[in-house]
Write a protein that binds this ligand. Structure first.
Ligand code: PLP
Length: 392
């Protein structure tokens, strides 16, 4: 391993550092306050009380009407699976509508349901060159047997924010439930469940400085959704399993912090994103921006660099500069297939391999962005020199 002087972490869409305030809030529940929240003695009620405070903090971040609308889960994947699987199994309807750029937690769940022999099928709506769903496409896709529409609030690879309010209205006109995967938006941009008009919303704690393995499903009061995990009847009989009290406390604290930081962080991260883009575009010929300039997550930039393998750039930036970023390939599956998101917005498969994603957080500094721009311009020369596809 290289002898690194520094780490510049620009992969916050993958996960974030746990905030110090969050660690401090969790510590007592990893130590002396270790009770099970369902027990009746004082250790149990302290745990129960802590979980309810966290529920209020998460409800506060989402503008939920009642804290009982928040159900703690193990993260975004579980929340997405729960919303989709239980919506279908709880109704006689057999059709789902999603977008073609959903996270695998949504895509694979729909694909697996379709394979189960339950005669379930789904429509994946196309997106435009910026990754946006056209509400009219949704209107056309709805069927009398549509059980659920699930469209993400913002995309995890390019950052495009979807017109959720409009999409949810269209679904509701036809009496169809609406779920949104807000894993990339909760704590990053305003997420108000009442304003968005959604029935269900998934979030994940580790994307906004809470620990991994924490998350929640918002379920609008009155929405019918079967239990997902069966057992001891935790989370008002809907999600059994001993509640992860330290995690939930961390999630609550992170939600509170994110709410406090939001207003100042959004313009700051937008400015850093534009600085990064301008710097890269000025230093490197033939680079294309895949993240929209407007209507996109502040702090996320996806670019395609012609004649450079994304993985090679990623490794060079890491080895020589300690810079952590993500490439555009679907490495989650162990393959290096081009990303389905980039293909859906029209990036050709050959060039999609040269994609890089930078994602920032509350802890990202301007100096780190300067260093990254400088490092990019040095490393691109080396990567292109090795590339059989670069003749520039
Ligand atoms: N949905 C989106 C949009 C994501 O970006 C992710 C994680 O990257 C997930 C769902 C899965 O969340 P988790 O890691 O909490 O299971």
């Amino acid at each position: 391993m290289a002898n690194r002087q520094q780490t510049i972490y620009l992969d916050n869409a993958a996960t974030t550092m746990v905030a110090l305030e969050v660690c401090e809030a969790m510590l007592p529940f990893l130590g002396e306050s270790y009770g099970n929240s369902t027990t009746l003695y004082h250790l149990g009620s302290a745990a129960q009380q802590a979980a309810e405070t966290a529920r209020q903090q998460v409800a506060g971040l989402l503008g939920a009407e009642k804290e009982e609308e928040i159900y703690f889960t193990s993260g975004g994947t579980e929340s997405d699976n729960w919303a989709i699987i239980s919506s279908v199994l709880g109704q006689k309807k057999r059709h789902l509508v999603i977008s073609s750029i959903e996270h695998h937690a949504v895509l694979e769940t729909c694909e697996d349901l379709a394979k189960l022999g339950l005669e379930i099928d789904f429509t994946a709506l196309p997106v435009d060159v910026e990754g946006r769903v056209n509400p009219e496409e949704l209107r056309r896709a709805l069927r009398p047997d549509t059980a659920l529409v699930s469209i993400m609030h913002a995309n995890n690879e390019i950052g495009t924010v979807e017109p959720i309010r409009e999409l949810a209205e269209i679904a509701h006109e036809q009496g169809v439930l609406f779920h949104t995967d807000a894993v990339q938006t909760a704590g990053k941009i305003p997420v108000d469940v009442k304003e968005l008009g959604v029935d269900m919303l998934s979030l994940s704690g580790h994307k906004f400085h809470a620990p991994k393995g924490t998350g929640a499903l918002y379920l609008r009061k009155g929405t019918r959704l079967n239990a997902f995990m069966h057992g001891g009847g935790h989370e008002r009989n809907r999600r059994s399993g001993t509640v992860n009290i330290p995690g939930v406390v961390g999630l609550g604290k992170a939600a509170e912090l994110a709410g406090e930081w939001l207003e100042s962080e959004m313009p700051r991260l937008k400015q850093l994103t534009e600085k990064l883009w301008t710097g890269i575009a000025a230093a490197i010929p033939q680079v294309t921006r895949n993240s929209p300039v407007e209507g996109s997550l502040p702090g996320m930039l996806n670019v395609t660099v012609a004649g450079a393998e994304g993985e090679a750039m990623l490794m060079y930036l890491d080895m020589h500069h300690g810079i952590c970023i993500s490439s555009g390939s679907a490495c989650t599956t162990g393959s290096l297939d081009p990303s389905h998101v980039l293909l859906a917005i029209g990036v050709p498969a050959e060039t999609a391999h040269g994609s890089l994603r930078f994602s920032m957080s509350h802890y990202t500094t301007e100096a780190e962005i300067d260093t990254t721009i400088a490092a990019m311009s040095v490393e691109i020369e080396k990567v292109r020199a090795m590339s059989p596809t670069w003749d520039g």
